[in-house]
Design a protein around this ligand. Structure first.
Ligand SMILES: Nc1nc2c(c(=O)[nH]1)N(C=O)[C@@H](CNc1ccc(C(=O)N[C@@H](CCC(=O)O)C(=O)O)cc1)CN2
Ligand SMILES: Nc1ncnc2c1ncn2[C@@H]1O[C@H](COP(=O)(O)OP(=O)(O)OP(=O)(O)O)[C@@H](O)[C@H]1O
Length: 202
């Protein structure tokens, strides 16, 4: 009997599906994803919003970022911590700030205001694969898991509201292998729409 695929086998399958999408599809999908996010009223309700800059074949957040900034929202981007630990900082997008590439080649901004995940109202998270229960697999760095570990003791009101962002083809039928440190998503956003999950309390 075949054993179920491991996280890293699923990760390479999902990366393959994402890389196969055409530039025209990617551009259209990024726009549609942004429209779904804005229609959901999430964007209107929340003010402090964590986003990411797309890296390689990830779905682009540029249309969504422009729309949020035009609405006057405060938008933050993740920055890897210096030194020990894996908890991300979130730097506010500001005028006159510096930009640099992190060790993975992803641009990061350095302004005057940085906060931790718990201070965000909503966090749009990159991911490699997601399932029907709201579990995600990322690039395997564990940065988001470490930044959100306090949510394991989550009560319903704890911030931020977690939205995984992906192309629809990154959906995995069935259930992803689950590790104790994985933090479940509140919703998943793709070019096909926004789908909310009921997050089970421990
Ligand atoms: N756009 C974006 N920003 C992000 C993340 C992300 O996944 N996407 N992160 C999410 O945690 C953090 C950075 N984490 C990362 C962890 C590993 C790799 C990485 O290993 N990249 C290799 C490819 C590895 C592979 O194909 O399996 C590379 O770029 O060569 C990249 C980012 C913070 N910022
Ligand atoms: N709270 C934490 N503090 C420190 N390390 C952690 C924490 N949670 C998970 N990790 C480590 O991160 C590693 C990667 O975990 P996993 O494969 O689930 O990452 P991922 O969710 O795919 O990545 P990312 O969150 O960066 O997108 C694991 O080896 C795990 O030990």
């Amino acid at each position: 009997m075949n054993s179920p695929p491991t996280k890293s086998e699923l990760r390479s399958q999902m990366l393959k599906c994402r890389r196969a999408l055409t530039p025209v599809y990617r551009k259209q999908a990024a726009k549609q994803m942004s429209v779904h996010a804005l229609r959901s009223h999430l964007a209107l309700r929340y003010h402090h919003i964590g986003l990411y800059l797309p890296h390689g074949p990830e779905i682009s957040t540029v249309p969504l970022m422009n729309a949020l900034l035009a609405l006057g929202k405060t938008v933050y981007l993740p920055a890897l911590p210096f030194g020990q630990g894996k908890q991300l900082w979130f730097h506010r997008i500001e005028a006159n700030q510096g930009w640099y590439l992190n060790k993975f080649g992803i641009p990061e901004n350095r302004g005057t205001q940085r906060i931790r995940a718990r201070q965000l109202d909503v966090l749009f998270m990159p991911l490699v694969g997601f399932d029907d229960a709201g579990s995600r697999i990322g690039m395997g760095g564990g940065y988001y898991d470490a930044s959100l570990a306090y949510l394991h003791r989550r009560h319903a009101h704890l911030k931020p509201y977690l939205i995984g962002v992906a192309f629809a083809c990154q959906h995995i039928a069935g259930t992803l292998p689950h590790d104790s440190w994985d933090v479940p998503l509140n919703a998943i956003l793709t070019e096909q729409g926004l789908r909310r999950f009921v997050v089970k309390k421990p």
